[in-house]
Write a protein that binds this ligand. Structure first.
Ligand code: GRF
Length: 197
C-alpha cells in the first residue's frame, strides 16, 4: 500500500527535492504535501514545480504559543492524510504534544554523526573539536531533540582548511543520498540501518 509522505521545510528544501524526486516507480511512498513554517521558504516554489501540494503554517502569529502552532500544523497535515512525516530542514522545535502521536512515523535528517553534536552549528563544532570526520544522520523523531533511533548515517572526511560552509556543503551532498535511501526502506517497513561511506 503506497505510503503518503508529508515533508516539512523551513528553507530552500534541497533535501525535500531529493525526497520528492526519489518517490517514483516501485518506491513505496509518494509525496502528498510540502509544508513550510514561512511563506518565504524557497522550497515551496520547488515543490509546486514538482507538482506537489503545498501549505504554509506560519509560526510567527503564534508567538511563543507552541501548542497552538502545533495544533495548526496538525490540522493542516490532517487535511492531507500523511502516513509518514519527513522533517527536512525544518527549523522549529516540536514538543512531545506533537511528536508523540507521530512517533514511529516521523523522520528527521540532522547534519552530524549523532549522538555527536545535537542541536545547532554542528559543522563549526566538529571543526572546533578537531574531528577528522563528520556527516549526517537520519533518525526517527522522539520528544527528545535529535535523539531518536538512528536509521542511517553518512560520513565525510574533514580536510585541512575546511570552513563550516565548505563542510556543510560536503555533508549536504551526502544528505541528498542518504535521506531518499532511508525513506524508501522506511516506507517499506524496513528499519535496517543504512551506513554510507
Ligand atoms: C541541512 O543542512 C539539513 O541537515 C538541515 O537543514 C539544512 C538545510 O536543508 N536539517 P534543506 O536544503 O532546506 O533541505
Amino acid at each position: 500500500m503506497t505510503k503518503r509522505v508529508a515533508i516539512l521545510i523551513s528553507g530552500g528544501g534541497s533535501n525535500m527535492v531529493k525526497l520528492v524526486e526519489s518517490m517514483t516507480g516501485d518506491h513505496p511512498g509518494r509525496p502528498c504535501l510540502v509544508l513550510a513554517n514561512s511563506a518565504d521558504a524557497g522550497g515551496l516554489q520547488k515543490a509546486k514545480n514538482l507538482g506537489v501540494p503545498t501549505a504554509v503554517v506560519d509560526h510567527r502569529p503564534f508567538k511563543g504559543d507552541r501548542p497552538a502552532f502545533e495544533a495548526a500544523l496538525q490540522d493542516t497535515l490532517a487535511e492531507h492524510k500523511p502516513d509518514i512525516i519527513c522533517l527536512a530542514g525544518f527549523m522549529r522545535v516540536l514538543t512531545a504534544g506533537f511528536v508523540t502521536p507521530w512517533q514511529g512515523r516521523m523522520l528527521n535528517i540532522h547534519p552530524s554523526l549523532l549522538p555527536k553534536y545535537r542541536g545547532l552549528h554542528t559543522h563549526a563544532r566538529a571543526l572546533e573539536a578537531g574531528d577528522t570526520e563528520h556527516g549526517c544522520t537520519v533518525h526517527e523523531v522522539t520528544p527528545a531533540l535529535d535523539d531518536g533511533p538512528i536509521l542511517g548515517q553518512a560520513r565525510v572526511p574533514i580536510r585541512p582548511g575546511d570552513t563550516p560552509d565548505i563542510l556543510a556543503a560536503r555533508v549536504l551532498g551526502q544528505e541528498h543520498k542518504l535521506y531518499p535511501q532511508v525513506l524508501a526502506r522506511f516506507a517499506a517497513g524496513d528499519r535496517t540501518t543504512i551506513m554510507l561511506k
